[in-house]
Ligand binder design. Structure first.
Ligand code: SF4
Ligand code: SF4
Length: 179
């Protein structure tokens, strides 16, 4: 009767189980203790505040740096409807409509003295599409469009993330989120 042969491929998957010796058993136990001790050492280091990595939100809130790019705000009273923000936006999520002011309309200016020649009738940003790149704020000539440091604006629906900056409730953010 001939001895069964093993193909080259199946040989590659063979695992040779060494018989467990007393030395090997102690080595395994030592390795397990070392690994648990190292892991627990890291755990206790964080538990006892050597280097805290989390805060007790919402009781504790972080203050973001001034130049953070968080929730956008347009102070529409200083917007001249120039469309530069909308043209710069890489995802086309800024929607602006403006009409020419009548010749007999009172002359008005922004806070930096720029004449306002158009009446803004719609200024909406769909922040669900926004990638917070900051290009729109960079090109704004009157600096009325800014990123604020407000980061608490989760909402239940995508539609709620489309902000109409002419709406009274959103205009009221000015006092809450604009520094
Ligand atoms: S920050 Fe948002 S809205 Fe502004 S340009 Fe970038 S994607 Fe568009
Ligand atoms: S760039 Fe500034 S001023 Fe021009 S439309 Fe946009 S927000 Fe208004």
């Amino acid at each position: 009767m001939s001895t069964p042969t093993i193909s080259q491929e199946s040989k590659a998957h063979y695992i040779v189980q060494e018989p467990l010796t007393l030395t090997g058993w102690f080595r395994n136990v030592f390795g397990a203790i070392k690994s648990v001790t190292t892991g627990m050492g890291i755990t206790f280091k964080y538990i006892y505040g050597v280097k805290p990595v989390s805060i007790e939100y919402p009781e504790v809130r972080e203050v973001l740096p001034e130049n953070s790019r968080s929730r956008l705000f347009n102070d529409v009273e200083n917007c001249i409807s120039c469309l530069q923000c909308a043209n710069a936006c890489p995802v086309d999520c800024i929607y602006i409509t403006a009409v020419k002011r009548g010749a007999d309309a009172p002359k008005i200016k922004t806070k930096d003295g720029t004449p306002i020649r158009l009446d803004l009738v719609q200024y909406t940003i769909d922040t669900a599409l926004c990638c917070y790149c900051g290009l729109c704020t960079t090109v704004c000539p009157t600096e009325c469009l800014t990123h604020t440091t407000d980061y608490e604006f989760a909402s239940y629906t995508i539609g709620d993330m489309k902000y109409d900056y002419l709406a009274p409730d959103i205009r009221a953010w000015r006092h809450r989120i604009v520094k």
